[in-house]
Design a protein around this ligand. Structure first.
Ligand code: HEM
Length: 466
């Protein structure tokens, strides 16, 4: 950034430490949102001597979506996950050959046909959630929304991805795999909050625990893969992602994923595929419980399209247009993967205004891009699913809604997440009235992803129309 000094930054800079006044280390995203509101569509923050540039203005973000001049940058939180996920899809550098190979081998695993195959398994997992919620409702107790959504999404990706069952709904405490995974995510976030050279000293105990967590994740996944290899010798074919990884050769080169790469992809899918979707479901349930008129409209759509079918089919989920808008609107206000990084492929000028050298990079702060009044209007902070009806979408400029990132490295699991979340929201709305605690104030926790902390709901079973 040759003209970095022209970008605004927070007012009170401290030598060496930088812009850390009033910073809460546990909420870096919401701190950045606060700065964004004060400093405008592009700004910088200095942390331990390093400057980070943030972009959220719609015009700037749209320019960064130009794939001919910009690409994904693997830095910060993403780079901190390299010890866990290596050259897996999410953490691979653009130039690593395993990215293209795994992308080509795995893309059909997220096609419409593949998704229709996962639908049945998603229904089975959802039935375990409603069983659990029925018991809570009968006992008159409230339910732990983020906790239960995390169980649901973990079981869904484990089942559809790898035919595995972590037994989350049957356990009083999270499965050790979940504890280890959450541990590695929190550690990756903490690494950003201390100066890199001091990390080994300041985080000594945590670093040791992190190494143990990674070893445990690797061991568990290796066992899973070994079991599948033994199984497939006996001719079993579950048609899930793991089968695909083990058996599919690249359509042109005939190359296959190595064992080590398969391990990394499995961990990647388990991590990338569950916390983000769990957060999306939790925020949607928060808004539905706070807006009874929106919940009633979504519920009427579910009743109309599903009727009294016990188990809605794949196509019947895609038809829930209004409920999808509720989900989109929740992901607009709280995109649960709240930032992505873009780097310049060559020397260029961002939006004809800000010169960037090749390799210079910036973080797109999605929750603020999604609130830019230039794109979303003066009432951008208000929850309103009608922003996603077809006419409203057409009237907006492109590239202003990016909860799944952008370009070649955008989320491969987008359709998977949307199908799963719409299905589950439909099932829950059809089965229960959701009662919010009027005293609850939305508090967002951050551990690389966003989640509504402490959200509990009271349920009332309803009788669906005959
Ligand atoms: C990439 C968000 C669900 C797997 C991404 C990126 C975002 C994102 C923003 C781009 C990151 C970047 O540019 O650095 C989300 C959200 C989800 C979700 C908000 C749920 C609501 C899923 C699911 C899966 C998944 C269910 C797998 C089943 C991945 C993978 C990548 C990715 C593998 C890396 C793709 C690549 O670089 O080739 N996701 N994701 N995600 N996501 Fe998701």
């Amino acid at each position: 950034w040759p003209q970095l000094e022209r970008l605004p930054h927070p007012a009170h800079r401290i030598p060496f430490l930088g812009d850390v006044l009033g910073v809460d280390r546990s909420t870096p995203v919401q701190d950045s949102m606060r700065h964004a509101r004060a400093l405008g569509p592009i700004f910088r923050r200095k942390v331990f001597g390093k400057e980070f540039v943030f972009v959220w203005g719609a015009r700037l973000a749209a320019d960064l979506a130009d794939e001919s001049r910009f690409a994904k940058h693997v830095g910060l939180g993403v780079a901190n996950l390299r010890p866990v996920a290596g050259d897996g899809l999410f953490t691979a550098y653009n130039h690593e050959p395993n990215w293209q190979l795994a992308h080509d081998v795995l893309a059909p695993g997220f096609s419409r046909e593949a998704m229709a195959g996962y639908h049945r398994m998603m229904l089975d997992v959802a039935a375990r959630l409603t069983g659990h919620w029925d018991r809570a409702e009968a006992a008159g107790s409230t339910v732990d929304v983020p906790g239960d959504m995390t169980k649901l999404t973990l079981e869904t990706i484990a089942r559809t991805g790898f035919g595995h069952d972590f037994g989350s709904f049957e356990r009083a405490r999270p499965h050790p795999f979940v504890t280890a995974m959450v541990g590695t995510l929190s550690y990756a976030q903490r690494l950003n909050s201390v100066p890199a050279p001091l990390a080994p000293l300041l985080l000594r105990g945590a670093t040791r625990r992190n190494a143990d967590d990674i070893a445990y994740l690797n061991r568990t996944v290796d066992d899973l893969v070994r079991a599948r290899r033994t199984d497939s010798g006996s001719g079993s074919d579950s048609g899930d992602l793991l089968d695909r990884m083990l058996e599919t050769a690249h359509p042109e080169t005939g190359e296959r994923l190595s064992d080590e790469n398969v391990r990394r992809q499995v961990i990647t899918f388990l991590v990338a595929g569950h916390e983000t979707t769990s957060g999306a479901l939790s925020f949607a349930l928060y808004y539905l419980s706070r807006h009874p008129e929106i919940a009633a409209r979504a519920r009427a759509e579910v009743d109309r399209i599903w009727g009294d079918t016990a188990a809605p089919g794949y196509e019947q989920v895609a038809k829930l247009r209004y409920l999808r808008r509720v989900l989109d609107e929740s992901l607009r206000l709280w995109p649960t993967a709240p930032a992505f990084a873009r780097e310049a492929r060559q020397d260029t000028v961002l939006a004809d205004e800000h010169p960037m050298r090749r390799g210079a990079w910036t973080l797109v702060l999605t929750p603020m891009l999604h609130r830019d009044p230039d794109a979303w209007g003066a009432d951008a902070e208000r929850f309103d699913p009608d922003r996603f009806d077809a006419a409203a979408v057409r009237a907006r400029p492109p590239h202003v809604f990016k909860p799944f990132g952008t370009g070649a490295r955008a989320c491969i699991g987008r359709q998977f997440a949307l199908h799963e979340a719409t299905l589950v929201l439909g099932l829950l709305l059809r089965r229960y009235e959701l009662r919010a605690d009027p005293a609850y104030r939305l508090k967002v926790t951050e551990r690389l992803t966003l989640m509504p902390e402490g959200l509990r709901l009271r349920l009332e079973r309803r009788t669906p129309p005959a």
